[in-house]
Design a protein around this ligand. Structure first.
Ligand code: SF4
Ligand code: SF4
Length: 92
């Protein structure tokens, strides 16, 4: 199985923009279903806002909702369909 290590090199920021909480204007929220997640970390690799956190290899990825802008790239790239984009106004 292809993993994030097999993906091509890409340019990305090493840090989130701490002073700009882009999560406040997000319309859709990515929610990871750990039953479907294979911990391939493709979502981590593709997130343009460094809003997917993996602190230790082997753990499930977590979304930094303070900075995730809800673009949906992670959900689009997830090979197992483990990330669902849910409207913020549908979440209690
Ligand atoms: S959510 Fe999808 S892309 Fe992210 S680690 Fe899990 S399976 Fe891979
Ligand atoms: S929705 Fe966009 S910003 Fe949020 S975690 Fe996914 S790729 Fe990153």
């Amino acid at each position: 199985m292809e993993t994030y290590r097999d993906l091509p090199q890409s340019t990305y920021s090493l840090q989130t923009t701490e002073s700009v909480r882009t999560g406040t204007w997000r319309t859709f929220r990515p929610i990871i279903d750990t039953k479907k997640c294979t911990r391939c970390y493709t979502c981590w690799k593709f997130c343009p806002d460094v809003s997917i956190e993996v602190r230790e290899e082997g753990e499930y990825p977590r979304v930094d909702y303070d900075h995730c802008k809800g673009c949906g790239i992670c959900a689009n790239e997830c090979p197992t369909g483990a990330i669902e984009m849910v409207r913020e106004d549908s979440i209690c």
